[in-house]
Design a protein around this ligand. Structure first.
Ligand SMILES: [Zn+2]
Length: 484
């Protein structure tokens, strides 16, 4: 109808109307174009931007002025900040300017609730420490409430030192899993099976029933992998070890164990079985690509070959090994042979006194340098590998975590370079391993969720955790046979 009216109008009006229409269409077109450009920026849930990204991917890419885009719990892009900002937009941004963005650290061996026993008995041998102090203290104190508060205290310390995943072995592990998940931490959590009455399960049958319920309960959880943890070859019989491995394989869950930790363990194994601890476990059919073995100190070249062939993950714990005089793991030999090797703190009662994986980084290299009389024995990049992608490989989780790459879980930490230990910086691996400390960790993201932002722990009431830990100190002190 409008066209009909226009056709009867004088020519100048028709020209003017067409010109106005064309102008209007051009303007609308331009506006639409801008809108489409804005829409072309994909919406994501989190962008961490502005720092140097140390990816720990296969090519060891380090991106200056980098950024990471995260959707849900997964990394969708890693690259230059300018490119990430062109392609992605998010309402939640974490500013990592003047900082480093690293994959979250992996603590491959802990007994988290034992943090409440820190300092209970020091300067003792491993056997004395276990038999005279720890086992009696555990019998009197360890309950579901104890492990819950002990785990919260441990998670507080681990988050503050940049740990995003930990592998644990303890009792009432189902309660530990609940506490860890509430803290937002990722974990491979193993219910300890030991050949004597434990604080939670008094018989072998009870222990296996509990463990089956436990692994079934957590199946498919995005953060928690429930596991089985027969304690060691010196506390578990061959039958117990074989049954644990059989059950773990039936349920397709990881198996955690202490292995070749002391010279005594090796000597007793040779005397009883005519085999080294590694060869003995191999003969039992225990070793496989689902096993995570802590320590692996007293291993020779033949043992190392078995560990590689069976794809066993090993975890090195330098503080604990030094404190208990357990020995020095042949880390350079293990790495050169292709052992899956991670880094851990061990529990913070007796062996270690903290859960600070940043400290283990420098100790791991210095222990090798001094004992091998060679400053090249283990370098900073190798140490950081053990705490990130190597640790992921030791836990058989390298497809999910350990490096910052699209498709992997968004577990990352932001470290400050603005403090006195951050300046100057010539080599980023040296800086992280030898100079920076847990106090430089500013922000921790696990599965896309910031659990600590600008040093503020989001998932825990820090004051309450510390108060409850003080209450437990008094109760534990009263329970000890020897006054302390
Ligand atoms: Zn341990």
């Amino acid at each position: 109808m409008k066209t009909t009216v226009l056709s009867h109008e004088p020519l100048p009006y028709r020209v003017l109307a067409r010109a106005l229409t064309a102008g209007y269409l051009l303007a609308v077109g331009l506006l639409n174009g801008f809108a489409q450009m804005a829409e072309a920026r994909e919406r994501v849930d989190l962008i961490v931007a502005g720092g140097m990204v140390v990816t720990m991917d296969t090519a060891r890419h380090v991106i200056e002025r980098g950024a990471i885009a995260v959707r849900g719990d997964t990394v969708v892009a890693v690259g230059l900040r300018s490119i990430i900002d062109q392609r992605y937009t998010s309402e939640h941004r974490i500013d990592a300017s003047d900082g480093l963005i690293l994959p979250g650290l992996i603590n491959g061996h802990t007994h988290a609730p034992m943090t409440l026993f820190r300092g209970i008995a020091d300067d003792a041998s491993l056997q004395d420490w276990l038999q005279k102090y720890i086992f009696p203290a555990e019998a009197r104190n360890v309950t579901p409430d104890f492990v819950t508060w002990g785990t919260r205290l441990a998670c507080l310390e681990m988050i503050r030192s940049g740990v995003t995943t930990f592998a644990d072995m303890y009792y009432f592990e189902d309660d530990i899993a609940r506490a860890a998940k509430a803290c937002g931490m990722r974990g491979i959590l193993g219910e300890t099976i030991i050949g004597s009455p434990a604080p939670d399960n008094k018989t072998e049958e009870q222990a296996f029933r509990y463990t089956e319920r436990f692994v079934n309960h957590w199946r498919g959880d995005p953060l928690i992998d429930a596991a089985m943890a027969p304690h060691s070859i010196y506390t578990c019989s061959a039958t117990l070890l074989e049954r644990s491995a059989r059950l773990a394989r039936q349920h397709q869950v990881p198996i955690l164990i202490h292995l070749a930790e002391s010279q005594r363990e090796r000597n007793e194994s040779l005397a009883r079985h005519g085999l080294t601890p590694v060869a003995y476990l191999d003969k039992l059919g225990f070793l496989g690509p689902d096993v995570i073995a802590s320590h692996c100190i007293w291993v020779d070249a033949d043992d190392t070959a078995i560990l590689v062939r069976r794809q066993v993950g090993c975890v090195h714990n330098p503080s604990s090994n030094m404190q208990l005089a357990s020995g020095v793991a042949p880390v350079p030999l293990m790495l050169a042979s292709g052992v899956r090797l991670g880094l851990g703190t061990d529990g913070s009662a007796g062996g270690n006194h903290d859960l600070d994986l940043m400290e283990e980084l420098s100790l791991s290299t210095q222990l090798q340098k001094v004992t091998r009389d060679d400053p090249r024995a283990l370098n900073a990049e190798q140490a950081l590998e053990m705490a990130t992608i190597g640790g992921a490989s030791a836990l058989h989780m390298e497809r999910r975590i350990g490096s910052l790459e699209p498709g992997k879980k968004a577990d990352l930490i932001v470290l400050d370079l603005g403090n006195s230990d951050g300046i100057p910086m010539y080599n980023v691996y040296s800086q992280v391993v030898y100079s920076l400390r847990a106090r430089d960790i500013r922000t921790v993201v696990i599965g896309g969720r910031a659990v600590m932002e600008n040093r503020h722990i989001v998932t825990l009431d820090e004051g309450q955790v510390l108060e409850r830990a003080k209450d437990y100190t008094a109760a534990i002190r009263r329970s000890l046979p020897i006054a302390r």
